[in-house]
Design a protein around this ligand. Structure first.
Ligand SMILES: [Zn+2]
Length: 439
């Protein structure tokens, strides 16, 4: 029976979808309005043709995103209030296996439905949008191979975690959520080690940075930051796309800084050093550890909430489980877990701007670190090349950016670096204490 929670959920879903659509439309309008003029700060380095391409590329991605928002919203409605999940609960409840396996089957069915709904968007994004702007280098065969590997990795890693969580929910008593939290955190740490060493190499080739003119400076930079050069890699990103990037990942001995070959071929020695300094800044300033700490606190709170909701009939009934199925649903922890994971994003969407702001703060910190270690001007030059090569817009809508962007908008980021270059006083930098190296 629909209840007050049904209305709350429906309103949250509608508000989230409407906000997403509104932000996408704002982004399109803003980028279009600034399409004919390169911002002054970039005018001497980025041409009008590249600027227009970035505007059109941004618009194409937002248009696809709007369709996806609508499809996702309708699918979520169909699964919850439309009775889709109730149907799957009923269906898997008829499987002649233990209740644990019925719940596993429920998640397999949900994963299949979600996967099938997202595949057309992934295909269209790669073979229409990326293709049109000259970025795509994937063949359909590679796309399918990636898909197969992705599904295999998800099952190999996800199924044991799901089984363990469902088993703990059944057998660990009232404090099951603490046990599940422990398992979840252990899993996250495991993935942080497995991702760079085992998972990413399934999809790409990783090689040591080739010896070049910048080699000595890079070795000295690594030594100063206490980072092993064995953790520095070049990835064959050009196999899939023309986009270039660099990233940091991993934990302990699995720590990695990875350059896409597409980026490496574009950077001069001092620019490469500056980008590396930025990535090392993330390690030095303990950004991974801070993110893990946040994720630990949030997942603990959400699991406590799930434990509380799992015993409330109104939670099930409000999300489309009919009264007749209720006794069955209350006895299967998988049903609560499934409903919770479906409904949660609708309520946490409002936290998006906070998470994005937190990430942008880390980017500013890593930039300030890089400016001190390697100088701001080469980092600015490298960023401008990145923006141009990736057709990243220089003129995002401020509201859209505040909601979604993990990195500061181009103009803000470059202006901050310019200010750091002009006034390189340690006192102006709140993270100065982190820069004092052991040597
Ligand atoms: Zn960064």
């Amino acid at each position: 029976m629909p209840n007050a929670f049904t209305a709350v959920f429906f309103l949250a879903l509608a508000a989230t979808a409407a906000t997403r659509l509104w932000l996408a439309s704002r982004q399109i309008a803003h980028v279009r309005r600034h399409r004919e003029r390169v911002p002054d700060a970039f005018a001497d380095r980025i041409g009008l043709a590249a600027h227009r391409k970035a505007a059109d590329y941004t618009e194409a991605k937002q248009r696809l995103g709007r369709v996806e928002t609508i499809v996702d919203g309708l699918l979520l409605l169909a699964l919850t209030l439309g009775g889709g999940l109730a149907f799957l609960v009923h269906l898997t409840g008829g499987i002649a296996a233990g209740p644990l396996w019925q719940d596993v089957a429920l998640f397999a069915a949900l994963g299949l439905v979600g996967g099938v709904a997202s595949l057309p968007f992934s295909w269209y994004s790669t073979f229409v949008v990326e293709e049109r702007f000259g970025f795509n280098r994937m063949t359909p065969a590679l796309w399918l191979a990636d898909l197969a590997k992705g599904v295999a990795v998800t099952i190999l890693l996800g199924a044991p975690l799901l089984l363990l969580a469902l088993w703990l929910m059944r057998t660990a008593g009232d404090a099951w959520w603490l046990w599940v939290w422990g398992a979840w955190m252990a899993f996250q740490l495991l993935v942080l080690v497995l991702y760079p060493t085992v998972i990413a190499p399934l999809f790409n080739r990783f090689e040591p940075l080739p010896a070049g003119s910048a080699r000595e400076r890079i070795e000295s930079l690594l030594a100063r930051c206490g980072f092993s050069s064995a953790g520095l890699f070049v990835m064959d990103g050009s196999r899939r796309s023309g986009h270039g990037n660099a990233y940091f990942t991993g934990l302990g001995r699995a720590k990695r800084v990875v350059f896409f070959d597409t980026l490496l071929s574009r950077l001069e020695g001092d620019e490469l050093e500056a980008v590396l300094a930025h990535e090392l800044g993330h390690f030095k300033l303990k950004h991974i550890a801070k993110r893990i700490a946040w994720s630990a606190a949030l997942s603990l709170a959400f699991l406590a909430l799930l434990a509380w909701l799992a015993d409330r009939p109104w939670f099930y009934e409000g999300l489309g489980i009919p009264g007749a199925l209720l006794p069955d649903a209350l006895s299967r922890p998988g049903v609560a877990l499934a409903l919770f994971s479906l409904a949660l994003p609708v309520f946490t969407f409002v936290l998006g701007p906070l998470a994005a702001r937190y990430s942008r703060a880390h980017e500013f910190e890593a930039d300030a670190f890089a400016a001190r270690i390697a100088g701001a001007p080469p980092l600015v030059r490298a960023l401008v090349k990145l923006y141009e090569d990736n057709a990243a817009t220089l003129t995002p809508d401020p509201m859209h950016s505040a909601f979604y962007d993990s990195h500061p908008p181009a103009a803000v980021r470059v202006a901050r670096l310019a200010a750091l270059a002009a006034h390189p006083s340690p006192a102006a930098d709140p993270n100065f204490r982190h820069y004092q190296f052991k040597d």
